[in-house]
Design a protein around this ligand. Sequence first.
Ligand SMILES: [Zn+2]
Length: 170
Amino acid sequence: MATLRRFRDLPGAEIAAATLNAAGLECEVADECTIGLVWTYSTALGWMRLAVADSDSEAAREILEPAEAVEWPAEFEDDGTTDRCPRCNSTDLEVESGARKTLALMLITMGMPLWFWRSRLYCRACGWSRVLPLRIRPELVGVWLIAAVGSLLLTTVVFMAVGYIIHGRP
Ligand SMILES: [Zn+2]
C-alpha cells in the first residue's frame, strides 16, 4: 500500500475515500477508528492516512489532484448554502458539522465549554468539500451557561442544607 494523502479529520478522509471508490479504486483509511473517537490525537498519530495499492497510486493521485487546484469563489464565505459548487456547478451543497468530534472533545475536556464549531461545506453531487472557518455556536454557549448557573445553585443549596444539619436552626 502507498500512502496517498494525510487528513486531520475523518470527513475529509471519508470524502476522498468515497471519491476513489466511485472511480473504482480500492483504498483504506488508517487510524480512522482512533481519531474518530479522539480526534485531537490525530496530530500525534501523523493524521489519518489514505492509502491505495502501489499500482493504483498514480491513478488515485490524478483523481484527487483536480480537487486541490480549483479555488472556491470568495462569495462562498458569505452564504454557502445558496451557491454553486465550482467544480460541477451543482447546487446540492451541504454544510456538515463535526458533531462527533465536538462530543469527543467535550468528553475529553470534562465539561469545558466548546464555543467553536468546525464545519465543512460538502457537494453531494461530486464529493467536493471545503473546510469553513471556525464558528461560534451560540446554543453551545447557552447550554454551558445554563449548566454553570445550575451547578452553582445546586452547590449553594447543598452548602445551606449541610450548614442547617450541622448547626441546627439559628
Ligand atoms: Zn460538486
